[in-house]
Ligand binder design. Structure first.
Ligand code: AMP
Length: 152
């Protein structure tokens, strides 16, 4: 990925702050949005981006974050509904070229995909890692139904 992007991270919890710190230190311009001011304490002292305190489902907050200029939006809260709403607005209203959302419920991934939003589902990622960790060393890649399909 290029390192001179304008990236907006929604949610500054464990995942969001980690991504913001990494992407900022890689040279990108990063803005983090969280409605809880205390969440920004997760950012490292070297974080050189901006923090916006506000509810990410409010379009005024997204305008303040300049979503119209964003190359990439990462929706990382623990709430599928919030991530879906922000991702939809980012794609449809602000025409953000790339939007990635954390989605816990694998059944919802299809909705995101139809909107052109890429998803990362911790449930299916964990299922894949568990299966790989428990497979006998000689086992190849399973030809059966993948966790992503089975959990949907
Ligand atoms: P975590 O629960 O550690 O993965 O972090 C999720 C972060 O998302 C928390 O810091 C929450 O305060 C934040 N968050 C949840 N909902 C919203 C929202 N609607 N707008 C802004 N931040 C939110």
């Amino acid at each position: 990925m290029a390192s001179d992007l304008y990236i907006i991270v929604i949610g500054c919890g464990r995942l969001g702050s980690y991504l913001a710190n990494q992407l900022s230190s890689a040279g990108n311009a990063v803005v983090v949005v969280d409605w809880n001011e205390r969440a920004f304490s997760n950012l490292s002292p070297e974080f050189s981006g901006f923090r916006i305190e506000g509810d990410a489902v409010e379009s005024a907050v997204l305008r303040q974050a300049k979503l119209d200029k964003a190359d990439l939006v990462l929706a990382t809260t623990r709430k599928d509904n919030v991530n879906l709403m922000v991702a939809q607005v980012a794609k449809v209203v602000f025409s953000v070229p790339r939007v990635l959302a954390r989605v816990f419920n694998p059944k919802r991934e299809e909705i995101y995909r139809r909107l052109g939003v890429e998803t990362i589902c911790p449930t299916t990622v964990a299922a894949e890692v568990f299966l790989r960790a428990t497979a006998p060393p000689s086992a190849g890649v399973s030809a059966g139904v993948s966790p992503a399909e089975a959990l949907r």
